[in-house]
Design a protein around this ligand. Sequence first.
Ligand code: GLU
Length: 614
Amino acid sequence: MAVRRAAVAAASAAALSLSLLATSCSAGGASPAADSKAQPPPKKAVATGSGGAVSSVNPYASRAGLDVLRKGGNAVDAAVATAAALGVVEPYSAGVGGGGYMVYYDAKAKKVRTIDGRETAPATMRSDSFLDRSTGKPLPSDEVINSGLSVGVPGTPATWDKALKNWGTVPLAKALRPATRIADDGFVVNDEFRAQTAMNEKRFRDFKSTTDLFLPKGELPVVGSRFRNPDLARTYRQLAREGVKALYRGGIGRDVVRTVQRPPMASGADHKARPGLMKRGDLAAYRAVHREPTRANYRGMDVYSMGPSSAGGTTVGEALNILENFHLSKADKAQALHHYLEASRISFADRNRWVGDPKFSDVPTEQLLSKDFAKDRACLIRSDKALKSPLAPGDPRHPGADCDRRTGNKEPHEGPSTTHLVTADRWGNVVSYTLTIEQTGGSAITVPKRGFLLNNELTDFDFAPLTKGTPDPNLPGPGKRPRSSMSPTIVLRDGKPMIAVGSPGGATIITTVLQTLVNRLDLGMSLPAAVAAPRISQRNQTATEAEPGFLSSPERKKLDALGHEFVLAPKTFTPAPEIGAVAALEFLPHGKISAVAEPERRGGGSAMVLKESR
Ligand code: GLU
């Protein structure tokens, strides 16, 4: 997002110290009484086998996808089922009220295809919609974050619909079944869910519908209790019965628009949230869009990812193209990491200048991904000295090896929301899908009686031009999609899937995907090791954000000596600061798949395969 998120560490620590109060609730929420000893399902970070695979951040969600595969569904069916389940068990990261990007490898056609299901701005949004009318200055960030004004038209249901109709084998009604069951039966509250609720508690309390759902009886959900969401189960049933027109042209949509226009304040709220601009016509006009994937050939492998409106594919791709100009190896890990940081720094300078919604500006996608441009930009990198940020962008339309070291703009900070999943089936189809409601907890506004939060994705627009006199492709506009960093990626080797990978984490999504690829492809790590390794994230900022594990590593000292500056990554809802949360697959010889999730970040993810090898 383009504005700083609220500090969360103190809130979550305070909340975790609250007593474990037993509550019960018939309309929804957590009811621990009968389940006070309940444990969440076991989680595994690595599973190897055949027949199909799913990896996500949550075991309920991975299991929902696996059930669909077991019943003969394909990777797309499983991806929708997993995503819908994430809407239940990770409701602060993703759901019906948000958007995302799906990248799909179609085994029969041997082609990579994508869907852009990004939220869009309403038709009445203008480039100055986030400016204060009287001062001309950007509106205070929390007035936009927690408001109807930042809610984009949701794209997630349209993505599911389009994916299933084009590439799936089951109807939406069937793909939603496992998630509906989880919403009805409830899931066992874990530390992460409670901590995420705690970090949002203050702003959730401002909205009646959100308090009712996520703070049952006014309290934080208790770890070990069962959290039910019958409103969401009903919403899923309605989508199953009526199709996604229930949102884009029907009753769910009417409720969304009413909520956006008149956010349901709680009686104790000390302010009124700004109303949004969304109308029913905006919902009716929404389309999930097929786009060409981005492709970067990296040392003989084809790295496919998401093109604009996301900056994920162009930025990961440009950085890889830059890195291809250097020899990276585990023999000198510090030099490899130095080059990774520099390539990321440079490609972020270019991302901000050039990438936005392609419907509104001429995004030079091909040129950003050209080897000539990468060669130009690689010229900036010295092996003995770190570059100084912020760097100015290059001009991919006129590559000319000018080694331009001018200073550019400061980068905005972005946090760890969103979620990523990967699926594969027995026919060789693969899905890499990242979805979000923007920040953790989205706009904090739940649609009353519908069981889901609305996104605040429009905060990903630049509220005002980044530089006076330079075009900014990411200003708000009518029907426009804010620039994203989501980077669902599929790597092909010799034309066949090798790796599927992606992550949440705002702009750190890009560096997380990039570092995982460098770890795996250049440093020779196994995929689980590549995922587990401590992360560092350089996004054209003075200091590089780092996880604690890196700060105590021998490479850190060597990079310090080159002039790199490190700061601890911002703390979120987990005990230690973290960057990203990868879900990935690697395709091994003889039809084997290795499904990989985080071993520790976000409490550990969940990797599953249909037939596990011993
Ligand atoms: N809004 C972010 C993006 O599209 C994702 C949210 C996040 O992960 O912070 O890049």
